[in-house]
Design a protein around this ligand. Structure first.
Ligand code: ZN
Length: 361
């Protein structure tokens, strides 16, 4: 399962106290509206302009930070959010998003410091407190645990170490990385971190739905069972989450949920022809437009259909694009829509949809 960090921007936005938006309200109004509408480019332009007149307004820096985050420009986002917190330490929404991004970028020590400082200003805030506790725990675990790692992957255990599984995970990642890279036409260079948890730790830390076998939220997180572990299933889940990590490296925004999940299922690998037949028998097709976000909010039955359909769609796409699949992802990461990206690769309008629909007829 892939959990877009973008959800955090929506939460941060919803939690801005109205009075905090007041000072430069007139000029920045359009920026907040653009953020609500998910238009990062427009919001960034509005806040940039407003900041030339009020360079010391914390809420404008906050807005600029959220906009940069929406655009996947995390270095800029961190810079703007740090400035916002510096100017107005009581702007808890800015600290909250800043900490999440720092942690997502792998800088857990900075994330912990940000939340400690925010809590000093808002000691009664339960969600900051809970998050901070989780991160301190994570950080302590990573400091003490044995790792299987090289320049590309690192595998650690949160809980009981299982050497066989650690080594196996490391080997599975390596083989799957090259297989996926050959198929999509790119070998992204970002380091990929994996944590293996006990089932209980996994649910506590990720809040993932009960049906999910793993999660990617910047780090791959997978529950394991020690000696009772189903090894082929472990390999599949790990490969699934690895695909999310590679797709996110190529495009850290703009990739619809169905494509993320479809590619991840495709490379597990799962049988797309079988999935197509099952969906045909069921007679259910969810419009891809309804599968744009992560699948975390879906119930088990709905998720099953969403995954099978996404798998068939990814199969159609990879068969059509082959090693140009990575280029499609990169176009989307730079802000082109799926349709625009397809047409840049010479796929005629409607060609993908008709090929997909033929699978269900
Ligand atoms: Zn997934």
């Amino acid at each position: 399962m892939w959990k877009p960090l973008l959800a955090c921007a929506a939460i941060a936005l919803a939690s801005i106290p109205l009075h905090a938006q007041a000072p430069a309200a007139g000029r920045a109004e359009a920026g907040w509206q653009a953020l609500q509408a998910g238009d990062g480019d427009r919001a960034a332009a509005v806040f940039r302009e407003a900041l030339t007149r009020d360079p010391r307004d914390a809420t404008l820096h906050f807005g600029a930070g959220v906009a940069a985050h929406l655009l996947g420009l995390e270095t800029d986002a961190v810079q703007s959010l740090r400035r916002a917190v510096q100017l107005e330490p009581r702007l808890i929404a800015a600290s909250a998003l800043l900490g999440e991004i720092e942690r997502h970028e792998g800088n857990i020590d900075a994330a912990i410091r940000t939340y400690e400082q925010a809590l000093a200003r808002a000691p009664g805030n339960p969600s900051l407190r809970a998050r901070l506790d989780e991160w301190r725990h994570e950080s302590a675990v990573h400091d003490t645990l044995e790792q299987w790692s090289d320049h590309r992957f690192s595998v650690v255990f949160d809980g009981q170490i299982n050497r066989t599984l650690g080594k196996r995970g490391f080997d599975v990642l390596d083989a799957a990385y090259w297989r996926i890279g050959r198929a999509i036409g790119a070998y992204p260079s970002d380091r990929i971190a994996v944590t293996l948890y006990s089932e209980r730790q996994f649910r506590d830390i990720t809040h993932a739905p009960a049906w999910s076998g793993g999660i990617f939220d910047g780090r791959i997180r997978i529950p394991v069972k020690g000696a009772a572990q189903d090894l082929p299933q472990f390999d599949r889940v790990l490969t699934h989450e690895l695909t999310h990590a590679m797709v996110s490296s190529l495009a850290n925004r703009g990739v619809p949920g169905w494509l993320h999940e479809g590619l991840a299922s495709y490379f597990e690998p799962r049988d797309a022809a079988l999935a197509g037949r099952r969906l045909k028998a069921l007679g259910v097709v969810i419009p891809l437009a309804n599968l744009q976000g992560g699948f975390g909010g879906l119930g088990a039955a709905e998720a099953a259909v969403a995954y099978e359909e996404s798998l068939v769609a990814a199969d159609v796409l990879v068969q059509r694009l082959g090693t140009h699949t990575a280029i499609l992802l990169e176009y989307m990461g730079k802000g082109q829509t799926f349709e625009e990206s397809l047409s840049l690769l010479g796929v005629a309008r409607g060609e993908f949809e008709s090929a997909l629909m033929r699978r269900f007829r």
